[in-house]
Structures are given as C-alpha cells and as structure tokens.
Design a protein around this ligand. Structure first.
Ligand SMILES: C[S@@+](CC[C@H](N)C(=O)[O-])C[C@H]1O[C@@H](n2cnc3c(N)ncnc32)[C@H](O)[C@@H]1O
Length: 409
C-alpha cells in the first residue's frame, strides 16, 4: 500500500440530523407500588431515584405523566406536570431515597385506571421504564386510559412514532457505551462540525453518575462547548475553558494553569487531544500539536491532570475521554499511557469503552484497506473514570449493604 495513503484515523464524530422534537408535549410513565400510590397522588409530587432520575429531569411544565402501579398493573392518570423535573429531596414524599421529583395535577376529572398496562406497553413496543412518549404516544395512551379508544381495536402502523426516540440518551449500566448520535434532544449539544466534537451522551452519563443538579462541572478543553450545553440542560453549573475559545461562554485559559481556586469543582470532564491527529487551531500552546509518539505529549497532559486534581474537591470524579492511535504503520496505546499518568494522582474507578460511530474512516474503502493490509480501524475510545481521594485516606469506603455480590445463573 502507498504509505502516503494512510491518514491518521481522526475519529471525527458527526451527527446525522436527529434533533426532531422541538417543544412538543411529551409523556412520562413513572412507577409506584400499592404502598406508595396513595401518598404520591395525595401529595401531588411524583418522585424517583437515580436509575430514572434523568427521565424525570427531562419533564417540562405541561407534559403528561402517568403512574404505573406495578403491583396492580394499573396505569393511572393522566396527570399534568405543573413544574419542570427537579432534584429536591426536601419536596419529595420519600426524601433523599427518591430525590428526583415532578409536581403534578390531575386534569380536573376523576383519576382513571387502565388495567393490564404492562401488556399494553408490550403490544405497543414501548419500554415504559426508559422510553419517553412522543406527542402521538401521549395522545394514544391518554385516549386508552380515558376509555375513548378500545385496546381491542388498536391498529398502530408505525410503533416507533409513539416514542420520542432521541429525546434523551439512555443511562448505561455496563462498561460498553454505544449511542448512534453525537447529539440528542431539542437543541444541539456542541457543534457537530467541530473537529473531534465529543458525543454528548458521554457527558450526560457522567453527570447522572457523579453529580447532582446544582453541582459545578469543569471542562478545561471545551472545544465547541458540548459540556456546557449538556450541563445547562441538566441544571449543573459549568466552567469552561479552551486555549482558543469558540464561543463567548468559553473562557481563554491553558488547561495547565487554570484561573480557579483549589478544591472548588465537583466533577471534571475532559476530551483532550489524542496526539497531533486533528488540527484544532494554530495556538502555540495547543497540546494537540505534539504527536502521541512523543513522550512530551504525556508530560504536558500530566500537567493538565495535576491542575484538575488541584481544583477538584476531594472525593469527586473526573472522566477523561481518549483514543488510541494507529498511524503510519505504528500503533500507540494512548489510552493505557493516559491511564498510567492519571492513576499517579487519582484512584481508578472504571474504564468505559465508547463505541466510535460515524467517523471519517467508516467507509467501505477503509474497511477493505484495514483487512487487506492487516491493520485495525479504531472501533472505540476509552472513557477513563478516576476519583480524587478523600482527604482522610483512612476513611473507609462505605460498604454497600447489598446481597447480590454474585451473578445468579
Ligand atoms: C477533542 S477537542 C474537545 C472537544 C469538545 N469536548 C467538544 O465537544 O467540542 C480538544 C480541545 O483541546 C483544546 N486544547 C488543546 N490544548 C489546550 C490547552 N493547552 N489548554 C486548553 N485547551 C487546549 C483544543 O483547542 C480543542 O478544542
């Protein structure tokens, strides 16, 4: 193969047009039990824990909410959201155990109940736990609950349209994260034309794992501002820097020397250069001018790590997105090398493999070349998650009081 013909695999993520839900009413199904149903309905405040908190946070005033009693299998409603989704343990009828809340009112009529609800959702291909209903889905479920439509006569041609499909990304429970789009929701997250733009669902997942609304998140290399847009929508404060700011809400600073006080940050997200494979700008202090084959690249990024460590509060989390390089017939395990440097300062928490989609090399010609010439295209990036140790290193981590340490077969 012609040596010149192998460009460095850049992994530029591009979104297809997917933001297709501008401000239409959405529908949410929240769960309750026989024990909690009365209290939730009487208080007019529905609440949930971390697993579904992100769904509640997406609720807008005027959206429709249904309660599913999982003991009786009845769908109860419709209720109208009179507030946005929020994080408020004080207002929650179940306190800090279920701190994500939405205040609701009934639509003025008596509350209706529809039995066999799970079966209905199955029939409609709706995952009631995770899906958010589209306007069409809301109208249909409302008509069924209000008995204006009979389940027996249902003819749904395109079940997909009942769900607001790309309104919010999923929260991942495994170490393999895969989502087809760079952005989601009503508004863009970052600029998908920016070279090396970060897939927004990664930041979204980090926020729901390691912060609560009101926390302060830092991105020292913000690029086109994906972290800002995700944080704002999820009600986190955000501080954003870049060596060359691309918009007014990004401040100019070198990530090795941040104008921030010590121990002031609740979470850091950083998608650094992976070497000199992408030309972000011509600023002389852009670390993306140093090749990943050069040890100086890691030395400079280690300065960024130390600076993040300084500004983070003890016990808080940092997520570092990084990809390996295969260029000019040479493999560089950039991810391992970054992990090594990070864990000089931080405690390891986990490593996520993020599937790369829509990158420049994802074309038939590059797939053929990879096999023909026996090399691999980059299929994933690492999200390395680390934690700044607690101040008192003797403080033992709280034991989780759980009885499911082993996977049952
Ligand atoms: C992979 S991009 C970040 C992409 C961004 N998360 C987004 O979604 O658009 C890496 C960024 O690091 C910035 N950068 C490089 N060297 C820097 C430095 N010394 N201090 C601050 N930012 C730097 C580049 O300008 C570039 O915007």
């Amino acid at each position: 193969m012609n040596k010149q013909a192998i460009p460095i695999i850049t992994g530029i993520e591009e979104s297809k047009s997917e933001n297709t839900y501008p401000s239409l009413i959405k529908g949410y199904v929240l769960a309750c039990t026989n024990k909690s149903e009365k209290q939730l309905i009487e208080s007019g405040v529905f609440c949930t824990g971390r697993a579904y908190g992100h769904k509640v946070m997406a609720v807008k005033k005027g959206d429709i909410v249904f309660l599913l009693n999982i003991d009786t299998d009845e769908l109860i409603g419709p209720f109208i959201a009179k507030s946005e989704g929020d994080y408020n343990p004080e207002k929650s009828p179940f306190g800090s155990k279920y701190p994500y809340i939405v205040e609701v009112v009934s639509d003025g009529t008596t509350i209706h109940r529809l039995s066999n609800a799970k079966n209905l959702f199955k029939k409609l291909n709706i995952n009631w736990r995770s899906d958010i209903l589209s306007e069409k889905g809301v109208q249909l479920i409302k008509q069924l609950v209000l008995r204006k439509k009979d389940i027996g006569t249902l003819r749904i041609k395109n079940k997909e349209t009942l769900i607001a499909k790309n309104y919010r990304p999923p929260l991942f429970s495994t170490t393999l994260w895969d989502y087809p789009y760079q952005s989601y929701g009503d508004t863009p997250k970052g600029n998908n034309k920016y070279p090396g733009v970060t897939p927004a669902f990664i930041i979204y997942n980090m926020l729901y794992r390691y912060t609560i609304p009101g926390d302060t998140v830092l991105d020292p290399m913000t690029g086109s501002g994906t972290t800002i847009d995700v944080c704002k929508e999820e009600k986190r404060n955000v501080i954003a820097f870049d060596i060359v700011p691309t918009r007014p809400d990004i401040k100019q600073a070198d990530a090795r020397n941040l104008p921030l006080p010590d121990e002031s940050i609740d979470m850091v997200f950083i998608d650094s250069p992976y070497g000199d494979n992408i030309r972000y700008n011509d600023h002389p202090d852009n670390i993306g001018h140093i090749p990943a084959t050069d040890e100086a690249f890691y030395d400079e990024l280690e300065k960024v790590m130390k600076e993040c460590y300084r500004v983070m509060k003890p016990g808080k989390y940092l997520g570092w997105l990084i990809g390996d390089q295969w260029a000019k017939k040479h493999f560089v395990p950039v991810g391992f090398k970054i992990y090594e440097r990070l864990t000089k300062y931080f405690e390891p928490v986990d490593i996520i493999s993020v599937v790369r989609r829509n990158q420049a090399s994802n074309t038939p010609i590059w797939h053929r070349r990879a096999i023909e010439h026996n090399f691999y295209l980059r299929g994933f990036k690492y999200l390395i998650i680390v934690r700044k140790p607690d101040k008192d290193s003797s403080s033992k981590k709280k034991d989780l009081n759980i009885k499911w340490n082993f996977y049952e077969r």
